[in-house]
Design a protein around this ligand. Structure first.
Ligand code: PMV
Length: 361
């Protein structure tokens, strides 16, 4: 599909008013997206586990304005309170998607959003938040075009979400989502995420992700600044090629259920992401001393016990501890005994691989 396929057909009758609510999970990338071109086109393909517990719930109330307007009209409430500082992001998002949702200026919107994870936990809500808003908007489009099929609905939601935040394109469905054109994945696209189309061994079906909250404060460098620093980055081209290679390697790893090789790829991806940050100009470090303590303890524990537990990182100091269902008790015990001391106020979130977005009302 191309961008043109997401342009709506002639405007049908607009609903007068309504309200819709979606609950949308976050996701954690195994092969990382870091670097983009114009229009939120990723510099390399990525793949992620959709999460379950870490989610954003967004309600969108809409009321048709009599006259129509030359501006977008919306109010935004985060956890019950009006949130002016989130508005510019929504404004930019509306500007980017207006072409694909031409009814936007015909409505006044009230957006009410909240996260299941604590505010300022260092977990980015842009993926789940932008995906939730996109699904709510698609619901309005579906009212105008009730025959729209479920595949197109999700695909366009992912396409719109991408224009809000790249990784949001991977938060619509579960449980393993690939985004970005890859030569050996036929259906793959730079425009939206797809469910991973090849065989995945059952060992990857019930994976757990315990998120250790090492540093809950605001990140010093935002993802958008980080992505931009991949332009003129000395290692960019090699890194983008490596992401393609890692997706190739994962194909057999998923098929065979090879946990040791999975661990090699996932940990290398996490450290490569941070290596790109450390080698950009200006350079920066988002890991904290406790991030490194945790990584070292995971390596020691794995060497000693042969329990297949590994880590990944997103663009921050928190550590995602990944492990299969079969070793859950052992790993939780290890986390409590050894890793919790490195978490801010001892906080961590027990999450697992999930099935994607749900419409609540
Ligand atoms: O979606 P963005 O622009 O916030 O970028 C997310 C980038 C990483 O989380 C670091 C990696 C990824 O693929 O999710």
């Amino acid at each position: 599909m191309t961008e043109k396929d997401f342009l709506p057909s002639a405007c049908e009758e607009l609903p007068l008013s309504g309200k819709v609510t979606w609950k949308v999970p976050s996701n954690i990338a195994l092969v990382k997206y870091w670097g983009k071109r114009a229009d939120q086109i990723p510099a390399n393909p990525s793949i992620s586990f959709t999460l379950d517990a870490s989610a954003t719930t967004t309600s969108l109330s809409y009321e048709k304005s009599e006259l129509g307007s030359s501006k977008f009209s919306f109010e935004l409430f985060f956890e019950g309170k009006s949130k002016e500082d989130f508005k510019p992001k929504i404004q930019t998002f509306f500007e980017r998607v207006e072409k694909y949702l031409p009814f936007l200026k015909s409505y006044h919107f009230k957006i009410e959003t909240s996260n299941s994870f604590p505010h300022s936990s260092g977990i980015a809500s842009s993926a789940s938040g932008m995906a939730a808003l996109s699904l709510c908007l698609m619901d309005i489009e579906k009212k105008m075009n009730p025959t729209m099929d479920a595949i197109f609905f999700k695909r366009k939601a992912s396409f719109l979400a991408r224009l809000g935040s790249g990784s949001a394109s991977r938060s619509i469905e579960g449980d393993l989502i690939q985004w970005g054109r890859h030569y050996s994945i036929n259906e793959s696209s730079d425009l939206y995420g797809i469910q991973y189309p090849y065989k995945v061994d059952s060992v990857f079906k019930n994976f757990h992700d315990t998120i250790l909250l090492v540093h809950k404060g605001q990140k010093k460098v935002s993802s958008s600044v980080g992505h931009n620093l991949m332009h003129d980055h000395p290692y960019a081209e090699r890194r983008f090629a490596q992401a393609h290679e890692n997706l190739d390697k994962l194909k057999t790893i998923f098929e065979e259920g090879n946990l040791n090789r999975f661990i090699d790829i996932v940990e290398s991806e996490a450290l490569t992401l941070h290596a790109m940050m450390m080698t950009s100009m200006p350079y920066f470090i988002l890991m904290k001393p406790d991030t490194l303590e945790i990584i070292n303890k995971i390596w020691e524990y794995r060497a000693l016990t042969k329990v297949p537990v590994c880590f990944t990182l997103d663009a921050g100091a928190n550590v995602h501890v990944l492990y299969p269902e079969s070793v859950k008790e052992k790993v939780i015990q290890f986390i409590q005994d050894e890793l919790v001391v490195h978490c801010e106020k001892g906080h961590y979130i027990c999450d697992r691989i999930g099935n994607g977005a749900k419409k609540l009302y």
